[in-house]
Design a protein around this ligand. Sequence first.
Ligand SMILES: *Cc1c(COP(=O)(O)O)cnc(C)c1O
Length: 376
Amino acid sequence: MKPIQMVDTKTQYLKIKQEVDAAVLDVLDSSVFIGGKYVTNFANDLAAYNGSKHVITCANGTDALQIAMMALGLQPGDEVISPSFTYIATVEVIALLRLKPVFVEVDAKTFCMDPEAVKKAITPKTKAIVPVHLYGHAAAMEEIMKIAKEHNLFVIEDNAQGIGCDYTFSNGTKKKTGAIGHIGCTSFYPSKNLGGYGDGGAIFTDDDVLAEKLKMIANHGQKVRYYHELVGCNSRLDAIQAAILGIKLKHLDAYIAARRTAADYYDKAFANHPKISTPYRASYSNHVFHQYTLLLEGVDREGLIKHLSDNKIPSMLYYPVPCHKQKMFAALGGDAYDLKISDWLTERVISLPIHTELDEEQLSFITSKILEFINK
Ligand SMILES: *Cc1c(COP(=O)(O)O)cnc(C)c1O
């Protein structure tokens, strides 16, 4: 059996090696390392894939979120509503810009922002909402967009884990996550569903004015070289990453299908187990399984992790501490929050290996070792 990894970027690379190597060599040969046709073509292809009018590429997913918030003209002290049960990047940039993160509870089934909690958290200072499509399951975007419209708020989707996910609205229309809010953000970190071979990120919007501003902010606030109209930053996707990502984008739907096949295998193996809840799939979201995360009830999680590790099966806790309890938010009143579902989830989740290269032998081994421990 092949060694089991949380993600297997190597085997995936070997299948597209010829194409990738040729594109990388072409960049080296052209010596256009910043900007150029690969960056432009990838941005255009990604916009078409996502059904978004504009794509602005940048250096990573955290920058994408930061640039998005900078472009909305938010002022220090303005409140931005975000889930606490997410990766730190979502909320870190809010604090970095001297905005006030307001943490809300997630839905216990989807692990994504609870729209009812958002409603309750709105104050006259609220300016934006940041839903996160956690693990690759869409947040309840239709309700969130409705709330945002009623209160005149911006919506920035953190789509770092959700790229490729289809959201179905109640009238039957479909949109990709990241193309629903005013701005969408994503990451090309190597382990993400569309991962580069280094860092990268992108910002999506349908708004022409916002697109112009986002592009300027990512490039030192300039439209014309050396004429700086806005305070911005320096955040670029380089040509080598763009060349690689352009190739991988063509495989993204097949990659997602492979993740779903692995997820289906897990679902079946753990179906109806009294101590294991498999990932919920809401009717409006077709899960892209960036992570495959179980909820355990009455299981010694540390013992299970050790049992798996003894059998050379990696597992991860995404995330062991909710954001409001991170030390970095202590000074911002993080301790004052009482988010029981987020706390409860951090104590019960476990994420299993999920990627495009898992085979049945590996899946059978992983599931049998988990059941062996839990049923003993
Ligand atoms: C990965 C990730 C980010 C940040 O992306 P980087 O490219 O690592 O900066 C932001 N939010 C979520 C939910 C993520 O999973």
